[in-house]
Design a protein around this ligand. Structure first.
Ligand code: MG
Length: 340
């Protein structure tokens, strides 16, 4: 097998603000693994706050020698070997995992939801994300989100109630909120959650800093809405310590090193009776289509990443009337559009 990779920069339709930062581009690295005339596509997306970059991902990928593997079906071996090259570098590892899954699916001539035995129709609706912004821009984004069955709203600044009120003036669709660790006081957080419950909010993602574990367990026990861990849970090994601290977890391929570990995480979370949400970074339809293959297994999805960019390089899984419509093409289900 041969690995190729190159940098690319995603341009966002709107400047995106969460409680810790703002940005208008996201760096990605696109990977291709070639074997016997088939090409598997993969992607690493690196929002700056996670610490990976074009440089770090290319450095990591340069250390991988896929020519020593002759059998791409040995996913477990290859992915474990890649994981051991260096700690962290999770998006870089994901770009290998996705490309290998795409390649193997193409060799089998099957999409991964079929290989995993999942019903395409069981894919959930996805939320559409609205960042923290000025009222007129928020209103514009709510209009843009028409047809979506629920909205995801970023909270954690001083104007949380104002944000919800502005949206509720425009729309009464259910909302999920993501606080990105923005609430530091558990009592204020609990008051906010009770206030949100009256506004048709479905759950609260990462309400408090990930290190405030005792406060978070207290909040989850008292909360009238489910709490979902995002920043607090990256990989399979993080799930056990999130049990009894959160009601569920948000799995993202770029955090957890890819489709293979994400599938294991869903299995473990279900065994622990936890809710599961599938999220994403800003990604092309490559990363999104890979995640979508797992989506029939989850309670909620937030797979709008490719809808937020102007320069998607792939066609694949689509969002139709707010529902994830998994591509039936083999592998992760994508076709490359142009360039390079
Ligand atoms: Mg989040």
């Amino acid at each position: 097998m041969r690995l190729k990779f190159y940098p690319y920069t995603l341009e966002l339709k709107h400047t995106f603000t969460v409680s810790s930062n703002s940005r208008s581009t996201t760096p990605v690295i696109l990977t291709e693994i070639e074997h016997e005339g088939y090409i598997g596509y993969g992607e690493a997306s690196m929002p700056p706050y996670l610490g990976e970059s074009h440089e770090s991902v290319m450095k990591f990928l340069s250390m991988i020698d896929l020519t020593k593997y002759n059998n791409p079906f040995e996913l477990e071996t290859i992915i474990n070997d890649v994981d051991k090259i260096a700690p962290n570098n999770n998006a870089a590892k994901t770009s290998i995992d996705i490309a290998l899954h795409d390649l193997v699916g193409k060799l089998l001539n099957q999409a991964w939801f079929n290989i995993w035995g999942l019903a395409k129709e069981a894919a959930p609706f996805t939320s559409f994300t609205i960042g923290i912004d000025k009222p007129d821009i928020v209103k514009e984004k709510v209009k843009e989100a028409e047809g979506f069955k629920y909205l995801k709203v970023k909270l954690g600044k001083e104007n949380d109630k104002e944000m919800i009120k502005i949206i509720r003036d425009e729309s009464d669709v259910p909302i999920v909120v993501d606080v990105n660790q923005g609430w530091k006081d558990k009592n204020i957080a609990l008051d906010m959650i009770y206030w949100l419950k009256e506004k048709n909010i479905l759950f609260v993602e990462q309400p408090m800093p990930k290190n405030q574990i005792d406060d978070m367990a207290w909040l989850t026990e008292k909360s009238p809405l489910p709490t979902i861990a995002d920043e607090a849970v990256q990989r399979l090994g993080d799930i056990l310590k999130a049990k009894d601290v959160y009601s569920g977890i948000n799995i993202k391929l770029m955090k957890c090193t890819g489709m293979r570990e994400a599938h294991k995480m869903i299995t473990l979370a279900r065994a622990l009776n936890m809710k599961v949400m599938l999220g994403c970074m800003t990604e092309t339809s490559c990363g999104i289509s890979a995640a979508a293959q797992l989506s029939p297994l989850v309670d909620w999805a937030d797979l709008d990443g490719a809808l937020l960019i102007k320069n998607d390089l792939f066609d694949g899984t689509k969002i139709i009337n707010g529902k994830i419509s998994i591509s039936e093409l083999p592998g992760i289900g994508v076709v490359k559009k142009n360039l390079k």
